[in-house]
Structures are given as structure tokens and as C-alpha cells.
Design a protein around this ligand. Sequence first.
Ligand code: NDP
Length: 492
Amino acid sequence: MTELPDGRLYLAGQWVAGEGAEITSIFPADGSVNQVLKGASAAQTDTAIEAAARAQSDPAWRGMKPHERARLLTRIADGIEANIARISQIQSRDTGKTLRETAALAGSAAGTFRYMAAALETLDDTLTVPRGDYLTMSVHEPLGVVGAITPWNSPIASDAQKVAPALAAGNAVVLKPASWSPLTALELARIIEGAGLPRGLFSVLPGSGREVGNRLVEHPLVRKISFTGGTATGRVIAAQAAAKLMPVSLELGGKSPTIVFADADLDLAVAGILYGIFSSTGQSCIAGSRLFVQRAVHEDFVARLVAATRRLVVGHPFDAQTQVAPLIHQDHREAVAGHVARAVADGAQVLCGGAAPDEAALQKGSYYLPTILSGLPNTAALCRDEVFGPVLAVLPFDDEDDVIAQAEDNAYGLACGIWTRDFPRAYRVARAITTGTVWINTYKQFSISTPFGGEKDAGLGREKGREGIRAYMAQKSLYVDLTGRPHPWARL
Ligand code: NDP
């Protein structure tokens, strides 16, 4: 069994005991306690932020050439890659995700650091076109201290998505992981420390959102918050940031539509839809949780989907056969079950799932069966609200206009899936939907080189891609006189 981080916080280059509220990390497969640790206090958060500001303004860091900073990021990527098995074990214990998935997430985190190193070395500043006898250029500076606040569902990947570009841009970062999954980010701190990042530039402070998260958002030395989490929390942070006139990136929730036209390759569609909603046990912001099927194939398609769903293997995260692992926490399972109970009260038919599994071996874990519900209108609570669990609503549609109208009639705008063999139609629908990402004949594919983010209640701003670094930089314009003559207005 992999040894877990020892529960101390990584505060400005030191491993220290927390002085804030207690946090309990639980293994969701059986409810056993991974670790009880003390989170950071507001005072410790202040200490980390002040140390970050000092380290960030040190000329040794501020003046470091991009290719030298890139070398550091590459060493972090190497460190993650060398520890994939260990990170994967820790993250699976922290979150209950399968080892296969957490190994992939760790690999993608390494790829994120490597990509941001390459982007950093190759991004140019620009000479702009002058309208007088001067040279003008647009350059970029770091923002200062960045606060990164992440959720529990994919810790190492969402941490890397913020920490890599923020450090690449020359900032210091204080990272607050979610209280249900505090351990993975502490392991990332060990790796970053081992890669030789100057002390103070990076801290990991598990702790409560209200204490540590709120302090990060409010502290005057923090100049940007990069947040991934729920929409309600995102709104609170955005309002606080507005008062400070501080930029924020918000990656929030979703209720993403997936659309199957009658001409689609139905095997392709069944596989994509299963993966889109039931992988990660539905605990994914981009989960395709509202399925629209064209009326002509609705009955046949839903029957195939339900049969395939019943064959999914629900089981222990360490079992290589498992496709659907437990939910993060018993409280979250209760919340998911509550959504289903309300849907049934609203008239939904449960086509499969709708309960915890019966197997004796799974009774101690927070498991929930993959669930498909039909018979609800698009206006029902289950079709509007994010469940963040393995629950799919299926709805029929008539034609292109009808499905665009139904898909659009939702507060979120994070992702969308379209299955059809008619490419012009796929393109039309993709362009018509208000959303950050559209997958055509596939779903939930990801690449660090492709920007990601949401529209409407799904968020603000984009992460990833070469331009992702720019979100952690301030643009500055320089004008340089080329005449050597006093300005004529002065009449010298
Ligand atoms: P929350 O919004 O509750 O929490 C996210 C993070 O914010 C946690 O670290 C939490 O700390 C912290 N936090 C809570 N309150 C505050 C506050 N007032 N000020 C500052 N920080 C605060 O979301 P969940 O952790 O429950 O994550 C699930 C949500 O995240 C889902 O809605 C999902 O859609 C969204 N998500 C979005 C993604 C995207 O890329 N768009 C990706 C993954 C998830 P603590 O844990 O201590 O409460």
C-alpha cells in the first residue's frame, strides 16, 4: 500500500502542521479513514500569501528567462511522470476513482506541465504597428500572487491546469484543494519541491472554503483567482473579485446535452454516451447528462443504451474490471439519490439503476448504480439542475430546430455531444449551441492544447491552449521615441 502524505501542509516551502479546522479524507470504497489532518487557518493563509508575494517579486524569479523557467516546469513534469503509480494510488484513495482513471489524470497533469513549458518558450511578445515616429510593443508581465481553488473530482488534473500556466507566467501560486480530497495536492507539492522551485513560490493549503478559500479571494496581495467548482461558489467569488477589481477564471458546472440524430452510427453513439455520463461515476463537469434522441430511433436506441448500461461493471476502484467506482462521499450519494427521488415524484420512469447496488461487498462504500430516467420534460428539475452523479435523463426530439431549442433552454453552457453522419448538420448544430466545447461523434476527449471553459452559468474565461498562459499575465504597452526631438507641443 502506498504511503499517504503525512498530513502536514506545504506552506511557503516548509512542511507544517495546520492550525485550522480538521479535515477527514475518507476512502469512498469502504468509508475507512485515510487521514485526519488539520487544515490551514486564515493566519497561515496570510503567511503563505505574504511569502508568495516576496518570492514572486524576487528578481531571481521575476528576471528568470522563459527558457530557464520552462526547464523547471519540465522537471516538475518528469517528477509527476516518475510518480504516476504513487499519485494514482493516493488520488484513488482520496476520491474513490479507479486506478486506471487516476493514472490517466496524473499522466495528463505531467503533460500539462510539459506543454506549458513548451508554450512558455515559444510565445512571442509583439511589435505593434506604429502611427508615429516611435516603436511600440506589447509585452506581458506576471500578475503577482495567484490563488488557485480546486474541486474534489479530478484533483491532480485541475491543480496542474492552474498551477502550470500560473508558474509559467512568472507568478507565485497558493493552491487550496477541496476538503474531500486534500491529499493529492500535497503529493504535488512534494514533487514541485523536489523539482527545485524556489521556496515561497508555491504553497498547498488544504482547509475550509470559508476560511482558507475566502481569505485567498479577499487578501489584497492576491491578484487573480483561478477557480473550478460549483456555480454558486463561483458567483460568490466573482462578486468578491469585482470589489477588488481582480480578474477571475471560473470553471463551473454543467448540464450538457448530447444529441443523437436518426442517421447516426448508433454503436458509436451508445459507447460515447455511456462514457460521457457514467465514466467518473458522472462526477464530471462535462458529463453528458441530458440525452436527446430523434423520435424515429428513440425507442430502439434507448433500449440498446439501457441494456449496455446494465452490463457496466460497478465495483472497487482498485479492481481492473471496474467501470463505475463509488461516489466521493456518502453525503454526495444522498444528494444524488435525492435528485432521483425528486425526478420520480415529478413523473420520471426509472429505466435502470435508481438505487445503490445490492452486492454485499459494496455495502460500505458510497456506490450508486448507473441510472437512466425517461418521461420527464426538459423543464423538470432533473433536466435543469446539475446532479454530478451517474444519472442520465433521456428525451425525444423531432427535428434540428426542436433539439437546438431544447438544448439551449438551460442555464449552463459547458459542453455538447452530437451524433450524426451528416457533417453539415453537425456543423450547423455545433455553431448554434451556446457552449464552450462540442464533440461530434465522440465525447469527453481532452487535449491540453485546446482551450476549455464554459458559457452562461458554466463559467468565465478559458484555460489550456498556448493562450492559457496569457490568462495569468498582464499586458503592457511600451512606446519608444525614435526621433530624438522634443515634442512640438512644448515649443522648446
Ligand atoms: P464547490 O464550489 O463547493 O467547491 C470548490 C472549491 O471551492 C473547494 O475547494 C471548496 O472548498 C472551495 N470553496 C467553497 N466555498 C468557498 C468560498 N466561499 N470561497 C472560496 N472557496 C470556496 O464545488 P465542489 O467541490 O462540490 O465541486 C463540484 C462542482 O465543481 C460541480 O458543480 C462541478 O460542476 C464543478 N466542476 C467544474 C469543472 C469545470 O471545469 N467546469 C471541473 C470540475 C468540477 P471546500 O471543499 O473546503 O468546501
